[in-house]
Design a protein around this ligand. Structure first.
Ligand SMILES: Cc1cc2nc3c(=O)[nH]c(=O)nc-3n(C[C@H](O)[C@H](O)[C@H](O)COP(=O)(O)OP(=O)(O)OC[C@H]3O[C@@H](n4cnc5c(N)ncnc54)[C@H](O)[C@@H]3O)c2cc1C
Ligand SMILES: NC(=O)c1ccc[n+]([C@@H]2O[C@H](COP(=O)([O-])OP(=O)(O)OC[C@H]3O[C@@H](n4cnc5c(N)ncnc54)[C@H](OP(=O)(O)O)[C@@H]3O)[C@@H](O)[C@H]2O)c1
Ligand SMILES: Cc1cc2nc3c(=O)[nH]c(=O)nc-3n(C[C@H](O)[C@H](O)[C@H](O)COP(=O)(O)O)c2cc1C
Length: 709
């Protein structure tokens, strides 16, 4: 094992928190690190109870709260807090769940909050969000200084609405003044458009709706430019401000569709001087920080030895949605043998598992990394996959349940297949012993190397092992790997079955992500390949998640369903649900299913079943768009929506509901087609058509279940 990281049964503790690698080029070498690790062996007992208090700071206390679902805001909060400490602020990253609004008056808070679905906060930010919205009264946050950075993605309709809500801007005293401009990434933004945007933020349409992730309804500001960067107008009150808080720096907005880390860095460039000025501190210049290691990782040859040091906190790991073991009862191919790709239909039995679902809900799947990848990574870093681990942070909590074997951690807990973040490349540069490799990695991790890094990692779809293979002189211990890699996240799937037909069987329709890269290297998606490999009778760790994507209560209400590819999944649940209602004697209203795929013979998902639904009258209009059967422009579902706009509008006039599922880009174009249809057929202005869509959204009659690729 590299770096002497193997421990005896007695265990070894390596407090990574004590080892801060300095700026690139200044630093301690890997050999020195290994020595530090070796030195720590056997000394863990002595260290126990003597908690490292970290550097002494004398500056003001600032809590950095993170509202995070997949870890980006959390990582940012942790790195911000570390940087803050170096700048003499007493900063701490705290889970938003632990924000106590009634104790917040007079404190200093930074909020890093992500947006999901219909302008929804993350689960851990929900209660704070609700409090700010419904319960907070003027004066509750008196004297609280605060700053907000929102995390979002411009692909989504409700771009960064949670960050914006936390930092809610109210109507200006003189609305005729131009009042919005962009500092970090200028976007041409005429004053009247800006005004509309801001006003739309304070209309009820932008009020967050009932808890749900990912499923959204129409919003009011679709046609306005999406701001990215920093909104400048600190003098206005915000949601926190309304309650008495004092904002120290403008709202920062990060766009995950581009470079959210860069957006965050730009915001930090404004934050530090603003904080220093606010607290009357001298400005601090700090050197490039390098990569910090904060976890204490101990390894053991037996579970028994590991159990002796594991604390209850490390056994449970950080909070994750509880899962159940669903039993696979069917796993079959949906595409033709000629399609050249695979789409699986799975049926997961939940009988007696204590979970339930309703038509239109999601299932979250906890996948496992590919066994070969785990073995190859174990071999590359030179670790024994059967060793036992206990991992703890300063507070004794582990990022995942411990003790577990290294193999289990690499298989179930760590995202070893995802695109390595810049931090990982920086750490690799620090750890490379070959000068040429070090320089190359430093370049990739630098501002200048940004595009090359994107080409190499994102376009080249390289994972951690791919990069470790390309840079052979990089050496990491398992402790460093655990520190550097994020936690493997659940993947969500729109349930494709109907709860009134198969209440204890959850169906999944998943297209398998497998692409051949240059040189013959295969990129394989984690979860879909895991699903592909599951045999009947095996288990799948998963949970069900409620969504508001629901059919109207009254089956006679018309419905329009639009889905491309696997976007058909929830629509299948819906037509099966309606079919059951019909067989039970309900009188169904008019219905239209608009479905798009490449060809009628290769990927016409559930084509026979859809045919039967048309024959038995469950679906009144089946409209298809086979994009690769014609020459010239590819017909897509949005084109069909436009062509059938007259029928669709008639159905909507009769109180109908409209559903869209699939890629965000497709959903945007579908909405555009509908608006164009209204303008052309009804003589409405663009504004009127948008207002109509907004009304549908508010009434819960325009629902989207979308994701970005
Ligand atoms: C609400 C919701 C509902 C969904 N419903 C469905 C559904 O019904 N059916 C369905 O098939 N899908 C659905 N999805 C998508 C699904 O959740 C997964 O994203 C999808 O199946 C891919 O998962 P994966 O683990 O196989 O791929 P991943 O491993 O997550 O890879 C997915 C993509 O991430 C990028 N990526 C990953 N690793 C790297 C790397 N090392 N370098 C560069 N790029 C990388 C690539 O673009 C890759 O294609 C849904 C998503 C959401 C949010
Ligand atoms: N997060 C993920 O990794 C993930 C997982 C599953 C699905 N998805 C995405 O979700 C979508 C559905 O996946 P899938 O593989 O089932 O579908 P798919 O087979 O790639 O596409 C289904 C149909 O949609 C068409 N299409 C492509 N881009 C479109 C657009 N902008 N607007 C409207 N139609 C469009 C396709 O046309 P052409 O291809 O012929 O142009 C095809 O006819 C895909 O676009 C896919 O990228 C993402
Ligand atoms: C399923 C899904 C839905 C999302 N919905 C939105 C959204 O409505 N608005 C938005 O601005 N960003 C949206 N995002 C982008 C996230 O907010 C963004 O990726 C953020 O960096 C995630 O932060 P986290 O990792 O801390 O949870 C969505 C992302 C996903 C995966």
């Amino acid at each position: 094992m590299l770096g002497g990281s193997r421990a005896s049964d007695g265990g070894s503790g390596f407090d990574m928190g004590k080892l801060m690698l300095p700026a690139i080029g200044v630093g301690i070498s890997v050999a020195a690190m290994a020595a530090a690790y070796s030195l720590s062996q056997g000394s863990s007992k002595k260290k126990k109870g003597k908690k490292d208090k970290g550097p002494q700071v004398t500056g003001p206390k600032i809590n950095v709260y993170f509202g995070s679902q997949t870890g980006t805001a959390e990582d940012m909060a942790k790195s911000l807090a570390k940087e803050g400490i170096k700048r003499n602020f007493d900063m701490k990253a705290i889970d938003m769940e632990r924000f106590e609004p009634l104790d917040a008056a007079g404190t200093n808070c930074i909020f890093l909050v992500a947006t999901y679905g219909e302008g929804d906060p993350t689960d851990n930010a929900r209660s704070c969000f609700d409090w700010l919205q419904d319960e907070g009264k003027e004066g509750d946050l008196d004297g609280m200084t605060y700053a907000v950075f929102g995390l979002g993605n411009t692909q989504y309709e409700h771009y960064n609405s949670v960050g914006t809500f936390f930092d809610r801007l109210r109507c200006p005293p003189n609305p005729s003044l131009p009042f919005l401009k962009f500092r970090a990434s200028p976007i041409p933004c005429p004053a009247h458009v800006s005004l509309c945007f801001l006003l739309s933020l304070s209309t009820p349409a932008m009020q967050p709706s009932p808890p749900s992730n990912q499923v959204s309804s129409a919003s009011s500001c679709l046609a306005f430019p999406r701001p990215r960067g920093i909104l400048t107008r600190p003098s206005w009150s915000s949601q926190c401000g309304k309650l008495g808080g004092q904002r120290v720096v403008e709202l920062g907005l990060g766009d995950d569709d581009k470079d959210i880390q860069e957006d965050f860095n730009q915001w930090k460039d404004l934050l530090w001087p603003a904080l220093e000025e606010h607290f009357g501190l001298e400005s601090t210049e700090i050197a490039d920080q390098g990569v910090e290691y904060r976890l204490k990782v101990s390894t053991f040859t037996t579970e028994k030895a590991a159990m002796q040091v594991a604390s209850p906190k490390s056994s449970s790991g950080v909070d994750q949605t509880p899962t159940v073991e669903m039993t696979v009862t069917c796993n079959r191919e949906l595409y033709s043998a000629e399609a050249g790709r695979s789409c699986r239909h799975l049926e997961l039995d939940i009988q007696g598992k204590g979970v339930s679902y309703e038509t239109g809900d999601h299932v979250g799947i906890m996948a496992a990394n590919d066994e070969n990848l785990v073995n190859a990574l174990g071999y590359r870093i030179g670790c024994d996959l059967d060793e036992w681990l206990v991992v703890e942070d300063d507070g004794g909590t582990s990022p995942f349940p411990c003790p577990c074997t290294v193999r289990h951690a690499l298989t179930k807990y760590l995202d070893i297949n995802g695109a390595p973040k810049k931090k990982v490349i920086t750490a690799m540069a620090e750890a490379a012993s070959d000068d040429g490799e070090k320089q190359r990695l430093e370049h990739l991790a630098s501002k200048k190397g940004k595009e090359e890094l994107t080409d190499y990692i994102v376009k080249g779809r390289r994972n951690f092992l791919d990069v470790m293979t390309d840079f052979a002189s990089v050496s990491f211990s398992i402790a460093q790997v655990i520190e550097l890699l994020p936690r493997l996240q659940p993947r969500y799937y729109s349930i494709s079955s109907a709860s009134n037909v198969t209440p204890v069987s959850v169906h999944v329709t998943a297209v398998v992500v497998a692409d051949e890269m240059e040189g013959g290297r295969m990129f394989k998606g984690v979860c879909t390949n895991h699903l592909y490999s599951l045999s009947v009778g095996s288990h799948c760790e998963a949970f069900c998640r409620k969504t508001p994507f629901k059919l109207p209560k009254d089956p006679s209400v018309p419905v329009v369903m639009v889905g491309a590819g696997t976007g058909l999944a929830p629509m299948r649940g819906m037509y099966l649900h309606m079919d059951h209602q019909r067989r039970e004697g309900a009188s169904l209203g008019e219905s239209m299913l608009v479905f798009g795929c490449r060809t009628s013979k290769d990927d016409f998902l559930y084509g026979d079943e859809m045919g039967q639904m048309v024959e038995n009258g469950t679906i009144t209009h089946l409209v298809t768009a086979f994009s690769r059967e014609v020459k010239g422009e590819r017909p897509y579902v949005q084109h069909r929506v436009k062509q059938r706009a007259a029928d669709i509008l008639r159905m909507l006039d009769a109180g109908g509901h409209f559903y869209v599922c699939g890629l965000t880009a497709m959903a945007k174009d579908v909405k555009k087609s509908l608006i164009e249809g209204m303008v052309e057929l009804r003589g409405m202005t663009g504004g009127e058509a948008e207002a109509y869509m907004e009304k549908l959204g508010k009434e819960g009659r325009y629902m989207q279940d979308v994701w970005s690729s």
